[in-house]
Write a protein that binds this ligand. Structure first.
Ligand code: ADP
Length: 324
């Protein structure tokens, strides 16, 4: 392998820049010519592939977003799209590709590697922490920090006015952000896609808090909860419980931005470094991840298909105990 390209694809996540920096510099350190692809798979198809040197990734470790930009690209899902992308890589003699993204990105990478034999390594970059094979995905820790910073501010106003706040956080299929945010912000209750919490149960919990003189309450709702989003849950609760004035906040896309936490800067650096070393060893169709504070590789196939339940049991138990 002499030439390697790197791209970011799908939803952006804080820490992607630290990761790009590590990929580019590890490659150059090992004598490889490095290329950056702009706008994910769209850039492969549009031939937006540029050489990168060590200085091209200076002063980006602390930046959110991704300097390589990201995009959703439908054309890459077609056979013609895969062929055009390959022709553009071949013209530059690029035979290794590192993709930073989520499960959609990995599905595309897998098809591409199988069809054209390009060596592909995946790096899990998504705030949702919804890939198996890595305890943490890149951007997840920063997203939680962003959420708890917002909740701290909401708590000030909730407490001043004796209010009940329903705060919706990201996570369509995964309650990871919701659960950790609940513990770290001291929320009264949390509703997760993985768990059935009935409105009855929630009302009982809020009643018990009100009876012991809680002056305000925060309930965190994961966007993927089966009973609906924060507005739906708030409406149902309000019909039966009106000790407090009820408000709803949807945090939305602010959860995807911001300067990465130290954890995500280090994780991005470790995974970027590991991805290049894997590709230099000749590996392909593997994902590098962190398990128990060590770097582990998992086949992209397993990362996509072996869904693991990632909510920590002690945290689940604690949500009830610590909120009395
Ligand atoms: P994420 O990687 O965050 O899950 P997406 O699901 O949007 O984000 O996927 C990112 C991109 O990966 C898509 O826009 C598309 O270009 C590519 N992709 C997804 N699924 C496939 C597929 N089956 N074949 C080829 N490319 C795919």
């Amino acid at each position: 392998i002499k030439n390697i390209a790197v791209l970011t694809s799908g939803g952006d996540a804080p820490g992607m820049n630290a990761c790009i920096r590590a990929v580019v510099r590890t490659g150059i350190y090992n004598g490889i010519n490095m290329f950056g692809v702009l706008q994910g798979y769209q850039g492969l198809i549009n031939n937006n592939i540029n050489p990168m040197d060590a200085r091209s990734v200076s002063n980006i470790i602390h930046l959110g977003g991704t300097i390589l930009k990201t995009a959703r690209c439908l054309e890459f899902k077609t056979e013609e799209g895969l062929d055009i992308a390959f022709a553009n890589l071949k013209a530059r003699d690029i035979d290794g590709l590192i993709v930073i993204g989520g499960d959609g990105t990995f599905t595309g990478a897998q098809r591409f590697a199988k069809k054209h034999g390009v060596k592909v390594i995946g790096i899990p970059g998504t705030i949702d922490n919804d890939l198996s094979g890595s305890d943490f995905t890149l951007g997840y820790d920063t997203a939680i920090n962003t959420v708890i910073e917002a909740i701290d501010k909401i708590r000030d106003t909730a407490d001043s006015h004796d209010r009940l706040f329903f705060i919706e956080v990201m996570g369509r299929d995964s309650g990871c952000i919701a659960l950790r945010s609940a513990i770290a912000s001291g929320a009264e209750a949390v509703l997760l896609p993985e768990r059935e919490t009935s409105v009855d149960e929630l009302v009982a919990q809020l009643e018990s808090g009100a009876s012991t003189k809680k002056s305000s309450s925060i309930v965190i709702v994961s966007e993927g909860h089966k009973d609906g989003g924060a507005y739906d849950i708030a409406k149902k609760v309000k019909e039966r419980f009106n000790h407090y004035d009820t408000k709803v906040t949807i945090l939305g896309h602010l959860q995807r931005g911001g300067s990465p936490s130290s954890f995500d800067r280090i994780l991005g650096s470790r995974l970027g470094f590991a991805a290049v070393n894997e590709i230099l060893k000749g590996s392909t169709m593997q994902m590098v991840g962190l398990r128990g504070n060590e770097i582990h590789t998992t086949s992209i196939e397993d990362a996509l298909t072996k869904h693991s339940f990632k909510l920590e049991n002690d945290l689940l138990e604690m949500t009830k105990v610590l909120s009395i």
